[in-house]
Design a protein around this ligand. Structure first.
Ligand SMILES: NC(=O)N[C@@H](CC(=O)O)C(=O)O
Ligand SMILES: [Zn+2]
Ligand SMILES: [Zn+2]
Length: 424
């Protein structure tokens, strides 16, 4: 590719501020001579720091029919992302230096976003003994986040050991908070709708009990804990309490938990089956408030592509999970409104800090690495699953009209998306 390495983004509003021109040169936002630069007309567009997703399932190795590092990276770039953290529940599991290095290398080869592998906490996600955390940390992938996501590290002694272990190198344990004994056979949120539909419930306390235990463990050993996909009002209260005590805990919420409720299950359409399950409106309200006031630190997609045969079947047999990368910004925009500074904080700066991705999460101002995205806030689009860059089609937003459109994304000064289309 012989793209010019100089771009002039003309008439852009950086985070809603008055219009300006941004010169992109040699991988950074520059000042100086724009002569010879390719002009990008950014009239009406808002520049944000490139988004960072702390929770992405890329399915490679093992389920390349559902997603690959490359297809997921393309979906991410189209969604405005410049970095994603790839979850470890692949096949083989990312529980060794070899597998995390493979995912890291595939990310570099795709070259559409920075792919930062997450390592498993336990061997094979089996919850029995710790994986090679140190070897993954010192590998070429330099893993800092460890998670058994998809499964909860439910053994408190193992969880304690993991928290202690990663403290030495500034790592963090990202917990999928689900007490497995309380969710046996669970199909959806335990509540009125589940009773009506006759489906086994996933009670809020299964999440809240683990978060309560883990913030106490994190406090006890002085380590960092991150809570994946927080979904209940009770979890928010536990987190609020822990943060007030000074516990080193951060938390994420997904776009779908900010928008959709358990009422969706009445359709019996498995596209709405997800872990943790969609919750009632009162929880959605509490999550929105917590995202605004900072008890929840970030929006993370939990992009979970699944092949057609795993999704278009009976509810009980369908795999949980939904797509998220290409719609996350639009949904966050509809929830938070055009508060660009807050959106940048929750979708770029804070996740970059938590993940330790130093090159990301910087506002696009002179001197910063040129990882940025240009958004048209006035655009509206109807979600069409067939248009997704993902290999899977399990978006819960099909047919919905969403605000905002990503027009361009730059990774270290090179466009990955231009005119709303992937460059490669
Ligand atoms: N969220 C989901 O429902 N599914 C995820 C696993 C997970 O995030 O727990 C998946 O890997 O498919
Ligand atoms: Zn999970
Ligand atoms: Zn997940």
């Amino acid at each position: 590719m012989n793209a010019p390495h100089k771009y002039l983004i003309k008439g852009v509003s950086v985070l809603g501020r008055p219009k300006t021109d941004l010169l992109i040169q040699d991988g950074v936002v520059a000042e100086g001579d724009a002569k010879g630069a390719e002009v990008v007309d950014a009239d009406g567009l808002v520049a944000l720091p490139g988004l960072v997703d702390l929770h992405t399932h890329l399915r490679e190795p093992g389920r390349e029919d559902a997603e690959t590092v490359e297809s997921g990276s393309r979906a991410a770039a189209l969604g405005g992302y410049t970095a994603v953290c790839a979850m470890a529940n692949t096949s083989p599991v990312a529980d060794t230096a070899g597998v995390v290095e493979q995912v890291y290398r595939l990310g570099r080869e795709a070259g559409l976003v920075d792919v930062q592998p997450i390592g498993a906490v336990t061997v094979g996600l089996a919850g029995e003994r710790l994986a090679e955390l140190g070897a993954m940390a010192t590998s070429a992938a330099a893993v800092r986040i460890f998670s058994d996501d998809g499964h909860c590290v439910s053994d408190p002694k193992l969880m304690r050991r993991a928290l202690e272990y990663v403290k030495a190198f500034g790592g963090v344990i990202a917990q999928h908070a689900e007490e497995p004994r309380l969710t046996e056979g669970a199909q959806m949120h335990e509540g009125e709708v589940a009773t009506r539909l006759g489906l086994t419930g996933w009670p809020a306390v299964a999440e809240e009990a683990i978060i309560a235990r883990d913030v106490l463990l994190a406090e006890h050993v002085g380590s960092r804990l991150h809570v994946c996909h927080v979904s209940t009002a009770g979890s928010v209260e536990v987190l609020r309490h822990a943060k007030a005590r000074g516990v080193r805990v951060t938390a994420e919420v997904t776009p779908h938990h900010l928008l959709l409720t358990d009422e969706r299950a009445t359709s019996y359409d498995p596209v709405f089956k997800v872990n943790p399950p969609l919750r009632p409106a009162s929880d959605v309200e509490a999550l929105r408030k917590a995202l605004k006031d900072g008890v929840i630190d970030i929006v993370a997609t939990d992009h979970a592509p699944h092949a057609v045969e795993d999704k278009e079947c009976e509810w009980a047999y369908a795999r949980p999970g939904m797509l998220g990368l290409e719609t996350a910004l639009s949904i966050t925009l509809s929830v938070l409104g055009e508060d660009w500074d807050l959106i940048a904080e929750r979708m770029s700066r804070a996740p970059a800090r938590i993940a330790g991705l130093d090159g990301h999460g910087h506002d696009p101002v002179p001197g910063a690495p040129a990882n940025l995205t240009l958004v048209d806030p006035a655009a509206r689009r109807v979600v069409d699953p067939a248009e997704s860059a993902s290999r899977s089609r399990n978006t819960p937003y099909a047919g919905m009209t969403l605000p905002g459109r990503v027009v361009a994304t730059f990774l270290r000064g090179t466009p990955t998306v231009l005119d709303g289309k992937a460059v490669k």
